[in-house]
Design a binder for this molecule. Structure first.
Ligand code: COA
Length: 161
């Protein structure tokens, strides 16, 4: 059987990532992917915090394998998107990205972090619950694009203070 090792991953605050590479990762995770231009705009927005997971390679390549974007407003924040490239899923990258955001928000004295997630997205809902997010609301029929049946969005919250 063909086997390729999943190399260790380091999380860092976005230092000039390539928006095209992040758009490719986004496209693996969402039916309606953001373009590189959409992502570039968010990376240049000073209210947005971005953390990137990079593959540590002995060959020198440090390609991104996941990212998270969060918007800060007053004492609250919102997850705009999180995505991990398929071969790097289920090895703790998503959790590390979210923990990085939570540390950053704590340092910025943010009180509450919100997010919306498709109630049927078992991986994401499990990740958020494991981190300590609580469901605080539901929006029935919220996700419509590209679906036969509209899906419910769960609104989740994490209290930092
Ligand atoms: C959701 C996503 C970011 C999770 O990233 P990940 O790196 O695979 O997650 P982790 O490996 O850190 O998993 C942490 C925990 O989340 C839960 N989890 C993650 N993937 C899961 C899955 N497929 N099924 C069930 N639980 C899962 C588990 O509790 C896991 O802990 P464990 O491995 O010790 O059991 C990833 O699946 C992804 O990019 N999905 C597509 C984009 C997306 O849906 N983003 C969220 C939109 S709100």
């Amino acid at each position: 059987m063909y086997w390729w090792p999943v190399t260790p991953v380091a999380i860092e605050a976005a230092a000039d990532p390539d928006p095209g590479q992040l758009a490719d990762i986004h496209a693996e995770g969402f039916p309606h992917a953001w373009t590189a231009a959409d992502i570039a705009k968010l990376l240049n927005d000073e209210t947005v915090y971005a953390a990137i997971a990079r593959r540590d390679s002995t060959f020198g390549s440090r390609n991104p394998v996941g990212f998270v974007l969060a918007r800060l407003a007053a004492d609250e924040a919102e997850i705009l998107s999180i995505a991990v490239s398929t071969p790097y899923r289920r090895v703790g990258v998503g959790r590390k990205l979210m923990e990085d955001v939570l540390r950053h928000l704590f340092r910025e004295r943010i009180g509450r972090l919100f997010l919306e997630v498709d109630a049927e997205n078992q991986a994401a809902v499990a990740l958020y619950r494991k981190l300590g997010f609580k469901s605080v609301g539901e929006r029935a029929g919220y996700y419509r694009e590209g679906r036969e049946k509209p899906a419910t969005a769960l609104v989740m919250r994490y209290d930092l203070r």
